[in-house]
Write a protein that binds this ligand. Structure first.
Ligand SMILES: Nc1nc2c(ncn2[C@@H]2O[C@H](COP(=O)(O)OP(=O)(O)O)[C@@H](O)[C@H]2O)c(=O)[nH]1
Ligand SMILES: [Mg+2]
Length: 235
């Protein structure tokens, strides 16, 4: 897929401040520092579209970008450990919880995991949460340039072994390296396929008898979400 335009839209502190739901969205989430912003830049083809930070935990806002004027990429705040939890438990802010559960234009979440690490409990917990909440997602193992291909494969196998029991069919798995510029076409392919499916669905919906609901998450754009044009980029 060719990206002809990639535009920063806004940084939203909560779901109500996000742009309207007229465009399909693809959101990146993962622990702080896993490489969300770097991957977003790789996909967009713009090096400095999303801010890359060597210090974990920088992004607290939902950063929205419009691509090719037809779909959006969303850089979500990273999750961290819940303070005081007895076992590893992820925690993200209310805005992320609300976004993932209620954003009707959300087509697919790219759940990012560090390919250099064995399964981390916090990530396993988070994938369980996505599954429980029926959020559509794919797994993306990042930073493959940092370790050997054998280690990447071993870590992927160990992770999928942890989660495979929860799914009839395992979610799709991708690898990427923002540094080596690897994985871009494959991930854009996911978006391309989703966009094609939406177009097909929209075509079918137009021949449905009036009043029949369109069975898709992104079809029911909510009336009450208004874009706030006064949200300035905080960097
Ligand atoms: N070696 C390597 N480093 C990466 C890669 N992607 C991100 N990083 C580094 O990891 C750190 C965190 O990246 P960032 O994209 O800000 O992560 P985020 O917190 O998940 O948005 C930065 O220092 C990046 O330069 C990658 O593919 N390979
Ligand atoms: Mg970031």
């Amino acid at each position: 897929m060719h990206i002809s335009s990639a535009i920063f839209d806004c940084s939203a502190p909560d779901l109500d401040s996000c742009p309207d739901e007229s465009l399909p969205e693809f959101a990146f989430i993962g622990r702080s520092n896993v490489g969300k912003s770097s991957l977003l830049n790789l996909l967009s083809g713009k090096l400095n579209l999303a801010r890359v930070s060597p210090t974990p935990g920088f992004t607290k806002l939902i950063n929205v970008f419009t691509m090719n004027k037809t779909w959006r990429l969303v850089d979500l705040p990273g999750y961290g450990f819940a303070a005081g939890a007895r076992k590893a438990k992820f925690k993200f802010n209310h805005a992320v919880d609300d976004y993932l559960k209620n954003r009707t234009s959300l087509c697919c979440v790219f759940a990012l995991l560090d390919s250099g690490l064995p399964p981390q409990e916090i990530d396993v917990e988070f994938i369980a949460w996505l599954a429980r909440n029926s959020v559509p997602f794919v797994l993306v193992f990042t930073k493959t340039d940092k370790v050997t291909a054998t280690t990447v494969q071993a870590n992927i196998a160990a992770f999928t072994a942890r989660i495979s029991g929860w799914f009839e069919k395992l979610p799709a798995i991708f690898t990427c390296s923002a540094l080596a510029k690897h994985g871009r076409e494959e991930l854009l392919g996911v978006i391309n396929e989703a966009m094609a499916a939406i177009q097909t669905e929209a075509g079918q919906a137009s021949v449905l008898p009036e009043g029949l609901p369109v069975p898709s998450r992104q079809a029911g754009a909510r009336e009450n979400r208004k874009r706030r044009p006064d949200l300035a980029r905080p960097w």
